[in-house]
Ligand binder design. Structure first.
Ligand code: C2G
Length: 154
């Protein structure tokens, strides 16, 4: 059983995320996705539109994903690799080289990011279209696109 793990915010879920998951699942038998909690996102300087629970629900609904776990801090990856008997740790190549130290535990793979799409670009495109701000709210947890401050630019 070859298990793959990847980490991220996965806000405003889009085809770039789907293509990543599809390629990752093709590398093995089981795909685990660690979704960043809202608290960890704050440490990353990211404010997601959807809450952790909403993002985890969306990611879990993707047919390529077998299991979702919370990502609560940067240093959990080595422990996760041992805990879940991971064969491949993978990220998009915007993280290339950042996690090479994990190669003592498992294979480390960086896949090409899908171009022209990101959660930030979706937010900016909606804002540029001049959608009235009160129509941008997701209506559930009170967030609205104009409240998102995604400094990481992803
Ligand atoms: N991604 C992609 N193509 C895109 C956008 C994102 O392949 N068009 C990939 C990224 O390379 C990353 C993953 O999707 O591997 C998640 O991206 P984000 O949600 O932006 O996550 P990030 O803020 O990079 O957090 O510990 C790792 C961090 O939690 C990663």
């Amino acid at each position: 059983m070859k298990t793959i793990i990847t980490y991220g915010t996965f806000d405003l879920f889009h085809y770039g995320h789907v293509r990543l998951f599809k390629r990752l699942k093709a590398l093995g038998d089981k795909l685990i996705v660690a979704v960043s909690t809202d608290e960890f996102n704050a440490l990353k300087g990211k404010a997601a539109f959807f809450s952790y629970l909403q993002r985890a629900e969306i990611v879990e609904a993707c047919k390529y994903v077998d299991m979702v776990v919370p990502e609560t801090h940067w240093q959990q990856k080595a422990k996760d690799i041992c805990k879940y008997d991971i064969s491949i740790f993978a990220m998009g190549d915007d993280w290339k080289g950042e996690f090479d130290e994990l190669s003592i535990l498992c294979d480390v793979v960086y896949l090409d990011r899908t171009g022209e799409i990101s959660s930030t670009e979706i937010k900016n495109s909606l804002a540029d279209r001049g959608a009235p701000k009160n129509q941008l709210s997701n209506g559930t947890d009170g967030n609205s696109l104009d409240n998102i401050d995604n400094k990481a630019g992803k």
